[in-house]
Design a protein around this ligand. Sequence first.
Ligand code: WT7
Length: 666
Amino acid sequence: MTEQDAAGELEARLTEQDSFEPPESFVEQANVSDPGIYEEFEENWPGAWERAADLLDWESGYDEVLDDSNPPFYEWFTGGELNASYNCVDRHVAEGRGDEAAIEWVGEPTEEDDRTYTYAELQTEVEEFAAALRELGVEEDDVVTLYMPMIPELPVAMLACARIGAPHSVVFAGFSADALATRMNAADSEHLVTCDGYYRRGDPLDHFEKASEGLAGVEHDVSDVVVVDRLGDDGFGHDLADNHHDYDDLVADHEGASVEPVTRDAEDMLFLMYTSGTTGEPKGVKHTTGGYLSYAAWTSHAVLDIKPEDTYWCSADIGWITGHSYIVYGPLALGTTTVMYEGTPDYPNEDRLWEIVEEYETTQLYTAPTAIRAFMKWGAEYPEQHDLSSLRLLGTVGEPINPRAWKWYYKHIGGEDCPIVDTWWQTETGGMMVTTLPGVGDMKPGSAGPALPGVDARVVDTKGDEVEPGRAGYLTVDKPWPGMLRTLYNNDERFVSEYWTEYSDTESSDAEDWVYFPEDGAKIDDDGYITVLGRVDDVINVSGHRLGTMEIESAIVGVEGVAEAAVVGGDHDLKGEAVYAYVLTEDGHDGDEDLREEIIEGVEDAIGPIARPEAVVFTPELPKTRSGKIMRRLLEDIANGEDLGDTSTLRNPSVVDDIQAKVSED
Ligand code: WT7
């Protein structure tokens, strides 16, 4: 057989195969390889969750694993006391591992030196910055906003906050000034840590300007702003106001400071993370110290197979929950080396990630389907230029992965020798919920896998009855889990109405009657493998980032000359979904190029470039039902160039042809 024939045969086999066994070499060394773990959790629920808590050091043990007396306000490991910064840093130093690398940071410019933080160095810097925050007046339970890109001072600041019991609220650096202001206002946050700028595809970006603009929109007094000097000589030379402090000066002023980690209750808030929902107001998801940290550590252990001697890499941004749980808290709690990369995968070349994997002999890579689709488009020649044999496990998260992309990842990155974990979860769940255990279950490309042990995920119909295998339904989670959000910040009512009404008996005080609804569609097969189909609310998923259509619509309606707007997600080869905006002008005429530009700018100003519309379609009317509801489904079908079927229930059926014609013109 020629080499080409062999390659062809392999290709054909990969295409046909719909189930893959975990490689023997992986199973032999896996943290979890006993299939009995599912039964163990089932038979001893919730007691088996002690396994997660046992991965941490507690100052005082908990009385109860789960207190479910007041659903859906569940409490985990009640009465237990611990500190997250101690668990992620100090204890590893105390065990004599202070010289081992905690963080390997790689900046975007290739000529810049990488930075290694050993656990001992990390502890020193965390303590120094914690001392600085205290001196600035940050007290226990004050929310500190961190508006920072992928620089090492971000995890340092998170851990410094955790050390003194001040919850952090990280705002993704790509979000706009308005988005920062909204989040600081919602959290009543009086402290901000930010930076002068960072590099994107070779150019320094002015981040400080955006932060300052955001501060102008904060309605209360902001007592202090700490600014990290990331750019040095490439900086923009901004003057710092009186309440602004240079990060390096602060840390130098507190050189050698020692700050005892404060004792936190298991249920004390560790952080807030704002995420998009159906309404225009972002939701402040509250995560706790004991439950969240246990869950992040447990899933990092069981699913990512992290061991202290690994060099593990999650390529997400810490500004999202993926980075919180699987760059910072989970990996550091387990005492491993976590890689952080500042830049994009295609700078300076399309092999940048593979160069980093080779250089650091990375053992795991956790990324998103949108990135994998881009790697595929660039071609296998980029990974082929590098030795990727250090990799032992691959992961994906953020959106459904199509089997073709899965198989490409399996073959070209994993060399057919690494299990892939396709992990379904959400900002709200704190950690992974549905995925195969890589040392236990077979993998089926396109399907995330069974629910994790102890996680009661089901696929149900509108009445809440489980659907037949193969039929589409809605994903629910019928039992609580330690990493779950506890509430929406300052809004218990919205917490209940957003997640706990569809399938719960809200009058009941029995936990059995409460069911969590994540707002995803799904189907399940005979083996209990769940395929997630996507959101069923007005939230779209662009490159694995969650955007509320209402938020985008209100930004568009804010542009002068716009009367009405409807935003939907259309299919996109690389991004998964892209933003399609249908816009009515005030005078009923088509908007011109200028208006189109203003609309795009309006969205970027309100949210950030990630929400930038792919298409702005001017239309004289929006398709509406007789009761006046915008037919979003129809607008999605138009965006995707699909056959529309029966449109006779519309109040204005003729508008559809007009819009279709416009979309195909664009
Ligand atoms: C939504 C949550 C979890 C961190 C990243 C996103 C979608 C997430 C998968 C997956 C199919 C997925 C869901 C979910 N999603 N992972 N493996 N397969 N869909 O967090 O911003 O809170 O978004 O992302 O629709 O509800 P998020």
